[in-house]
Design a protein around this ligand. Structure first.
Ligand code: FAD
Length: 465
């Protein structure tokens, strides 16, 4: 019987245990090896993804196709309107190719569990799905509080996880070298090509991600001082690669560890572990994928339903310069700076009082780095419904945030050019006269009144609960 590698959000050849294991098995058993990917834009769209993420997938798949061909492995694309159909087609392919061993990575989301469950139910008995764990530095079931519960607070989780990483981290696998003759890559039949210009040149492909990671290591010590300044390139920009799995978090951890001890004071390392924390929560609470709040207490908030509030926020026309600059960065580039994701999400939820799920869906659609766990975790953190979330009364003042993190207005000038003529002092909160003169909208709501109203509503919810 033959071997098949089922690619998912792990579109790379280095540090890919399923690929390496399948190659070894093929060599030992003198059998063939094929790679497959279920391409279902409909399924990904239903999960929230939009053109930037879908285009990034297509680019990563094209590159993977070339890299696998160089290893002598053909990548077969199974195009299907849903994963459900895709799994049926995959099983058929395996039967046709006489494949008994399918190697892949485990994924914790709701649809992903259904997908693998369906495979188990439908596949003939002799067909085995070998699932490697790549997402977690320690299996979620082993990472528990002293009381035996899963962690709901990041800092003790991080302490425990970091200790385990230091004990167990191993070098990522290099690109496999299996001695099979290289093949010529056949162009992939991925159907409609999704458009995303990637003007920020975010690394997407495996090779680009490695280069960026290496370059970023020289900047890592400046990360804590620069990471909150959106006008500066102070962060790694690796999120799209991590979301597609063209880069693994083990590769990041290992690369850091080659340069310095892994300590909890390393701010960049902490963010990599936040990413893992949100995936850890999915292992315990997969129903988060169904639109459920982690903490239902604050979820009964009487949301505003006027659609123009959401539309103006999406279009970058709220009349709050930093919030608008953030929205326009997202729309133009497929990426938004982390500080701005927090400011902009907070403004939508706690000042415009729009249900966080609408914001979550918009980010998902616009982001090239859309990742369900991180996006949902971020939105629920902001909305105070999440795990280790910000308390309901903590509301960022977007004008203050603007003065603090974009003091010279450089970021605002770039994305809201109509405000460019304003002096640094005026640009964060233009007077109505200046705004009107420059063709910039007046604030969609009064910040102070709305903030006070939100607090009253939250307090009432707390009493009623
Ligand atoms: P860096 O600052 O260089 O961080 C390195 C890596 O750590 C990132 O690439 C990312 O993989 C991870 N990371 C950093 N911050 C976080 C975080 N707060 N939570 C989880 N992982 C983190 N990140 C996504 O990858 N996809 C999303 O869909 C997403 N949606 C978000 C929505 C909201 C409302 C918020 C507040 C945050 C969201 N984030 C998301 C987290 C974070 O904003 C991005 O990961 C980060 O801005 C990506 O830029 P970077 O690669 O330069 O990050």
């Amino acid at each position: 019987a033959n071997q098949l590698v089922w690619f998912r959000n792990d579109l790379r050849t280095c540090d890919h245990a399923p690929l390496s294991e399948a190659l070894v098995a093929a060599h030992q058993q003198n059998s063939t090896i094929t790679a497959a990917f279920i391409w279902s834009p409909e399924q990904l769209q239903q999960q929230g993804a939009g053109s930037p993420k879908l285009a990034a997938y297509q680019q990563a798949l094209d590159a993977l196709n070339d890299d696998l061909a160089a290893l002598g492995v053909e990548l077969q694309i199974i195009t299907a309107p849903s994963w459900q159909q895709g799994v049926t087609d995959l099983i058929e392919l395996c039967v046709r190719l006489d494949v008994d061993n399918i190697y892949c990575h485990y994924e914790p989301g709701w649809d992903e569990r259904l997908r693998d469950g369906q495979f188990h139910d439908q596949a003939p008995e002799q067909m085995h799905l070998h699932r490697a764990n790549d997402l977690y530095s320690a299996p979620p079931r082993q990472l528990l509080t002293l009381q035996g519960n899963f962690y709901k607070v990041f800092t003790p989780y991080k302490r425990n996880l970091l200790a385990q990483i230091i004990d167990t981290l191993v070098a990522p696998r290099p690109a496999p070298d299996n001695g099979l003759p290289a093949q010529a890559a056949k162009p992939l039949a991925l159907g409609e090509r999704f458009v995303w210009d990637n003007p920020m040149q975010l690394p997407v492909l495996e090779q680009q991600a490695h280069e960026r990671l290496e370059d970023f290591m020289d900047q890592m010590n400046d990360y804590s001082s620069l990471r909150d300044i959106p006008a500066r390139a102070g962060t790694s920009l690796l999120s799209t690669s991590l979301a597609l799995g063209t880069l693994s978090s083990r590769q990041v951890l290992w690369t850091i560890a080659q340069r310095q001890a892994l300590t909890s004071s390393n701010a960049f390392l902490s963010e990599i572990l936040w990413r893992e924390f949100y995936k850890y929560l999915l292992a315990w609470r997969p129903e988060l994928c169904l639109g459920k709040a982690f903490n239902p207490k604050w979820d009964q908030f009487p949301w505003q339903t006027d659609p123009s509030l959401l539309q103006r926020w999406q279009a970058g026309q709220t009349g709050v310069p930093l919030v608008d600059a953030a929205a326009r960065q997202l729309n133009q580039t497929g990426w938004m700076h982390n500080r701005l994701r927090m400011v902009s999400a907070m403004y939508l939820v706690k000042i415009l009082q729009v249900d966080w799920r609408h914001g979550e869906a918009w980010f998902a659609r616009q982001l090239a780095d859309f990742d369900f766990a991180a996006n949902n975790g971020g939105w629920q953190w902001v909305a105070s419904t999440g795990v280790d979330a910000t308390p309901y009364f903590r509301i960022f003042n977007p004008h203050e945030q603007s003065r603090r993190f974009d003091p010279d207005g450089d970021f605002i000038r770039k994305y809201v050019p109509e405000l460019a003529p304003l002096a640094n002092k005026a640009i964060h909160q233009p007077t109505p006269e200046l705004a009107l003169a420059l063709g910039y909208p007046l604030p969609v709501v009064d910040y102070k009144t709305s903030r006070a109203d939100t607090l009253v509503k939250f307090k009432k919810l707390g009493q009623d609960y």
